[in-house]
Design a protein around this ligand. Structure first.
Ligand code: ADP
Length: 530
């Protein structure tokens, strides 16, 4: 009898694998997954669908409660990461875990050092790492210090580390979340080269394009179950979205027109904003931006380039060392949050778990944070419990928040529902200017699209919106104009028409417009008009 040819080529198979965590959560519910040798296979699904749990079981970090894992057709038990590594499995973590003060070679061989008389043999390490790097076409200087590498290069080192240990199945968890577009492209070129040599790649991704354009096949998880799988070329974005979300999502069609381009006055303007770190280095340098009523200005940039500081300063939370910002003629910089809010400013904080909500408090209590000084919620300093509950109920209904009721602790909600409460609370005061920092990070496709729609509606109602997002697709979709932030400076302004690749070159600092900081005074002169 002939062997089933498909069977022969399966690198990994999960057969009816279930995983129940000690707290009772059934994170995998009879999962069947087939990953063929030499393919890039995408694991997709909304938050909490069970993707990480599958990865953890494959890397020996969690044990299935039921079912079996087969590697190359044989049932295997992976009780620890060491056993997974021995079985040829490598994991590239989402948050890279290299030692910055060590060289690339030292990091790669760490834990499996070539030694002479028990001492680490540097030269041997460098040679071996160079050999692996050549063999797989992953260019990186083994002598370079990790501290000086970009995130994309550090990720390459993590991949090298798995290859050095003999991995032939590479697991990646949202590998492009922290990369620029060109770094992401380089990553997939490298992964393609690996699969061409017979290695197998299984990756978790939230980006449809990474399924459609670079994966061979995909498997969809929802609520711990496999709800679909197919060849990537057999589906389009709409169908894939439907498979992930469980229903069709009408595409968000955003029309763009730059109000500043039409010569309308700025509703919000910041001039020469500068902020120094305690050690004296510049965190923000001479930032000037202007936003008209009815306009979204997107700030694109790799995370950690001053986005957080910019949001804090413009939102009145931190006083800048230089410059000032005006909202409709009123100074908001250094005025304190309450004065900024009184001027019509609202903000969706980047780190909503720490700054946006009080996790232990109820939805109702969180719904009024920031609005507490407005009538009729507080009268003579006392909170009006009935009005608070009504407001929470109204927000829950208006924004489709899935929760038991206004008394439920907000910390128990999913990221998307929590963000809807924060956004709803901020929009409720009909702000004239909204600072939205990473508004959809960690939020499901369906909820993210609803949140984006609300931002566009706010814009269309005549508010000015500053969108700070490291999701370049989101910046491109929503913004009427785009400014790129790199190392605390605005290095480019774009009035529509810029491609992701072009913006990426500015994000990494590879390109900058001459005098970009000053360009907004005449935003459509010369090279700015893209
Ligand atoms: P995804 O990676 O798709 O977001 P996860 O595999 O992380 O999903 O989680 C699936 C479900 O299991 C979620 O409901 C999550 O809250 C739960 N979960 C994950 N890890 C644990 C754990 N260690 N203990 C209890 N529940 C967990």
């Amino acid at each position: 009898m002939m062997m089933n040819p498909e069977h022969e080529t399966l690198r990994v198979e999960l057969r009816a694998v279930s995983k129940r965590y000690p707290n009772g959560t059934l994170a995998s519910d009879g999962v069947n997954l087939q990953v063929r040798r030499g393919e890039i296979h995408a694991l997709v699904g909304e938050n909490g669908a069970g993707k990480s749990t599958v990865m953890k079981m494959l890397y020996g970090l969690e044990q299935p409660s039921d079912g079996s894992i087969l590697l190359d057709g044989e049932v295997r038990q992976l009780r620890t990461p060491a056993e997974a590594i021995a079985a040829g499995i490598g994991l590239v973590p989402q948050h890279l875990q290299l030692l910055p003060s060590f060289t690339v070679a030292q990091n790669v061989v760490l834990g499996s050092e070539p030694s002479r008389f028990g001492l680490l043999d540097q030269r041997a390490a460098i040679e071996r790492v160079r050999a692996v790097s050549r063999r797989f076409g992953l260019e990186v200087d083994p002598r370079a210090l990790v501290a000086g590498l970009s995130l994309g290069e550090q990720q390459r080192v993590e991949i090298l580390k798995t290859l050095y240990r003999g991995a032939s199945l590479i697991l990646l968890d949202e590998p492009t979340a922290v990369l620029t577009p060109s770094e992401a492209q380089a990553l997939f070129t490298a992964l393609r080269a690996l699969t061409a040599q017979g290695l197998t790649v299984l990756l978790i991704t939230h980006k449809l394009s990474e399924v459609l354009d670079v994966s061979d096949r995909f498997t969809v998880l929802r609520g711990g179950r496999v709800t679909g799988h197919d060849e990537a070329r057999a589906v389009d974005a709409a169908r894939l979205t439907e498979m992930i979300v469980g229903r069709a999502l009408a595409p968000l069609q955003v029309e763009h027109s730059s109000k500043r381009g039409l010569g309308l006055p700025a509703l919000f303007s910041a001039r020469g904003i500068g902020l120094r770190r305690p050690d004296g280095r510049a965190q923000l340098n001479d930032i000037s931006i202007e936003i008209a009523a009815g306009e979204i200005l997107g700030i694109a940039g790799v995370e950690g380039n001053g986005q957080g500081a910019l949001a804090d300063v413009l939102g009145g939370l931190r006083a800048p060392d230089h410059g000032r910002a005006l909202l409709d003629g009123q100074v908001v910089t250094g005025a304190g949050v309450r004065a900024a809010r009184a001027a019509g400013l609202a903000a969706i904080p980047e780190d909503r778990l720490h700054n946006g909500v009080a996790a232990d408090m109820s939805i109702a209590d969180n719904a009024i944070a920031g609005a507490y000084h407005r009538q009729p919620l507080s009268r003579l300093g006392w909170l009006n419990a009935g009005a608070t509950q009504d407001m929470a109920r109204r927000l829950m209904a208006r924004y489709g928040v899935a929760a038991r009721g206004p008394e439920q602790a907000i910390g128990a909600l999913s990221g998307g529902n929590m963000q809807k409460i924060v956004l709803g609370r901020e929009l409720d005061g009909a702000p004239r200017f909204l600072i939205a920092s990473q508004p959809t990070r960690g939020v499901d496709l369906g909820a993210a699209q609803a949140l984006r729609r609300y931002l566009v509606e706010l814009r269309d109602s005549g508010a000015a919106v500053l969108l700070i997002s490291s999701d370049l697709d989101e910046v491109l979709e929503l913004s009427d104009r785009i400014a790129v932030l790199s190392q605390g400076e605005i290095v480019g302004h774009f009035n529509g028409g810029a491609s992701a690749a072009e913006l990426g070159a500015y994000m990494t600092g590879a390109r900058r417009q001459a005098g970009a900081a000053a360009l907004l005074d005449s935003p459509f002169s010369g090279e700015v008009a893209a």
